[in-house]
Design a protein around this ligand. Structure first.
Ligand SMILES: Cc1cc2nc3c(=O)[nH]c(=O)nc-3n(C[C@H](O)[C@H](O)[C@H](O)COP(=O)(O)OP(=O)(O)OC[C@H]3O[C@@H](n4cnc5c(N)ncnc54)[C@H](O)[C@@H]3O)c2cc1C
Length: 458
């Protein structure tokens, strides 16, 4: 197979610099030769019981190798952040696809969620002091962080519902409440929580009630109530925690940007992260297809005397998978390009399209690969079962499909007036043409048939 740079879709090839192409090939080689072989060792080193909540030693070795290759902090986009490695969102998107093929690659290169989004928050909105204290060690890969928004007792897909209270008290803020699904909080290196709560619950503007505040994870009053599993996987050493905040006191200079600006910060954090997840899911889908091909051509496993790849249905799965991956990739790269030419706000529609489409596409392909393997597909022998569980959560995490679809649907539906007016105008014009030529209206789409279907101009 040609290197990744030679497989960049022609539609975007001109937008990718030579430096990015070269880096993409180094990343692909690093993922193929170092990370994927290390994935199984990483899982084995996690061990059992409490030992699972410490870092498998192979990760530090991978990090050293990544640094030596210059593969570090590639996520902070050119033109948007001065701290980054100088790639556009589109270029980094292509790199992310490679990361998505391996469990260890994103962390090995210091490009893993939720740290990437958290570092973007600090780089974009943090004070000089906050940057020195938190951004620098995060960029160096010395500590990790968590993003703390979702709550067990509220419908958190609507962030205006969050209830955790942040009250000013002299030179401090005091936090009380609970949060769950806090990814990364199980990791002993997780030193920073970026917490969304309410400073002004009675503000008539419901988007000004929230604030975002930086909380050291070892602050007295924070307890981990329990760790949550994802389809039975504990995702150690990272994990997903249910946290209790009881009279948690932090200095007033821990506030990000200012009281009541949490929603603004949250929205600024969202866009590029969704593209990263989507491109990693494309990588997962590619990897699943490789596993499918391997099983479909396994000489030693031929049901009813034929290779699986000689069965028409399996060939259709292979073909459909290729079409679906290639189509989805273009949707994500288009969204990345839209952020590059404007910003995350101006690319809302494109980002939402990618956020919704890609995990669903990847799940279909992973499921086909699982099916191809038969019973072996659902067990621990291949990465497919873990991959499915992980990608499945993306349909919920960072906003469920339904809420994004709702917003996209509303936006699209606003075009109804324009669409109806255009169709009406064209029907009028067709009427005129029928009269001009003295032709009797018949056949498809004649004004006579259509008038009953299309409402009057809106
Ligand atoms: C693996 C994983 C990791 C996560 N990591 C983090 C993290 O690090 N930090 C963090 O703060 N959160 C995290 N989350 C939480 C995630 O962001 C929330 O679960 C998500 O925003 C949905 O909120 P909720 O669970 O409260 O669901 P709810 O808001 O209660 O929604 C429940 C369901 O209602 C339906 N629904 C919602 N809105 C609409 C609508 N407009 N129209 C129709 N139906 C709708 C959807 O089907 C939705 O799934 C994580 C979740 C998972 C699964």
């Amino acid at each position: 197979m040609p290197p990744a740079s030679a497989r960049i879709p022609p539609l975007v090839r001109d937008k990718v610099s030579d430096h990015a192409k070269k880096t993409l090939d180094i990343v692909e080689k690093f993922v193929n030769e170092e990370c994927i072989p290390a994935d199984a060792v990483y899982s084995a080193q996690l061990g059992q019981g409490e030992a699972r909540w410490s870092l498998p030693p192979i990760m530090n070795e991978l990090k050293e190798k990544a640094k030596a290759l210059g593969l570090w902090n590639m996520f902070l986009a050119k033109g948007h952040y001065k701290e980054g490695a100088g790639f556009t969102n589109l270029e980094y998107g292509l790199i992310c696809e490679q990361f998505g093929r391996s469990r260890t690659a994103s962390e090995a290169t210091n490009n893993s969620a939720p740290d990437t989004g958290n570092m973007e928050v600090l780089a974009k909105y943090g004070s000089a002091e906050q940057k020195a204290k938190w951004l620098t060690p995060l960029l160096n890969g010395e500590i990790r962080s968590a993003y703390v928004m979702t709550e067990p007792l509220t419908a958190s897909s609507d962030a205006t519902n969050v209830q955790l209270s942040i009250q000013r008290d002299g030179d401090s803020y005091v936090l009380n409440g609970q949060k769950w699904w806090i990814s990364g909080a199980g990791d002993p290196r997780c030193k920073l929580y970026i917490v969304l709560g309410k400073t002004d619950p009675n503000n008539p503007n419901r988007h000004k009630q929230q604030s975002m505040i930086l909380v050291p994870s070892n602050t007295p009053g924070i307890t981990i109530k329990r760790m949550l599993s994802v389809y039975g996987y504990d995702d150690a050493p990272h994990g997903h925690a249910h946290l209790i905040f009881k009279n948690v006191r932090v200095p007033a200079n821990s506030m990000v940007l200012g009281d009541g600006r949490g929603f603004e910060v949250m929205q600024g954090r969202m866009g590029p992260g969704r593209i990263h997840h989507a491109m990693r899911s494309i990588g997962a889908a590619e990897e699943a297809l490789s596993w499918l091909l391997t099983r479909a051509n396994a000489e030693h496993k031929k049901p009813f005397g034929k290779l699986l790849s000689q069965q028409g249905v399996i060939l259709h799965w292979i073909a459909k998978s290729r079409i679906e991956i290639d189509a989805a990739r273009l949707i994500v790269l288009n969204a990345a390009a839209a952020i590059d030419t404007g910003d995350a706000k101006s690319a809302l529609v494109e980002i939402a399209e990618a956020k919704i489409l890609v995990p669903n596409m990847a799940l279909t392909i992973i499921d086909r690969a699982v099916q191809t393997f038969g019973a072996q597909g659902v067990c621990q022998d291949t990465p497919l079962a873990g991959m499915w569980a992980s990608v499945r959560t993306i349909r919920i995490a960072d906003g469920p499909d339904e809420s994004h679809l709702e917003q996209l649907g509303r936006r699209e539906n606003k075009k109804a007036g324009e669409a109806t007016d255009r169709i009406q105008t064209q029907l009028d014009k067709a009427d005129e043409l029928f009269r001009k030529y003295g032709t009797a209206p018949s056949g498809p789409c004649t004004p006579l048939n259509m008038r009953e279907m299309v409402p009057a101009k809106l």
